[in-house]
Write a protein that binds this ligand. Sequence first.
Ligand SMILES: Nc1ncnc2c1ncn2[C@@H]1O[C@H](COP(=O)(O)OP(=O)(O)OP(=O)(O)O)[C@@H](O)[C@H]1O
Ligand SMILES: [Mg+2]
Length: 274
Amino acid sequence: MKTASVFLDKGGVGKTTSTAHFGVALSEQDLDVLLIDLAGKQGDLAKHFGVWTKLPDADERWPNIATVLSDDWSMVKEKLPDAAEDMIVATDEGPDLIPAHVGLDQVDDDLASVPVPKRYQMLESFLDEDIEPLGYDIVLVDLPGLTNNVTLNGLWATERVIAPVELGEFERQQMEMLEEDIDDLSQNFEKDIEIAIIVPNRVDTRTNLSKELLDELDEKWNGLMAPDPVPKSQDIRNSQRRGETVFAQEEVSSTAERARESYRANSETLLRKL
Ligand SMILES: Nc1ncnc2c1ncn2[C@@H]1O[C@H](COP(=O)(O)OP(=O)(O)OP(=O)(O)O)[C@@H](O)[C@H]1O
Ligand SMILES: [Mg+2]
């Protein structure tokens, strides 16, 4: 089972969009894909696939992804052997997903009092013991746009990062921060965490600024850049609002088509890197 986290230490760069679109592009290649939403209680990934509103109320969803990161998990699964499977929701577009839960906030606080390294190993155990036996080929984890204990669980468990970046003026800082985070973790815990692919997102290739920054990124992150930057597309935004990805869109505009092609090409590269 291959695994990767979608992460950049910044909000709104396209982490959830990337998780969803890579997920669909990979399942088009006949892979069994599971997406896990650790990115906070609002359930963006489930909303992206139109399944959030179909879920039972939060207090009826127990156990859930927050339980997995809590001390109770080993006891829970002893009593409920199908607990992991029961959390999984099918989507109409190929990937399955485990939705976020309001309990993720509390669990992040609680993790602070768990001794290291166990504090960071909860998700890894879940993937090894509970998810791998279900036969998934690939698991992508949508992470928060900040480095907290939940994020560190994602990085620890997957060891590979898909980093969406915007080609704005802050992109250098974003990438440097990511490099620092990964170096810290790798050094402190002798973990081999690496960037698998950097995906420029919301790119307007017509502007000189984008071209310049793309060249600069290419030079610094030689070999890690996605082959095909994801264009800025209003259709991505609109389809997200409808609860689907651009792959599900029926009347396809030219930017939506380019976005699809880009995710298809990038997912082939990603697969080779994992
Ligand atoms: N290529 C794109 N073209 C146009 N809009 C985009 C593109 N990628 C993302 N967006 C839009 O930008 C917004 C932020 O994207 P997204 O939610 O994926 O970011 P995020 O990194 O997951 O944010 P957060 O840190 O809040 O979780 C969304 O409204 C999304 O539809
Ligand atoms: Mg998000």
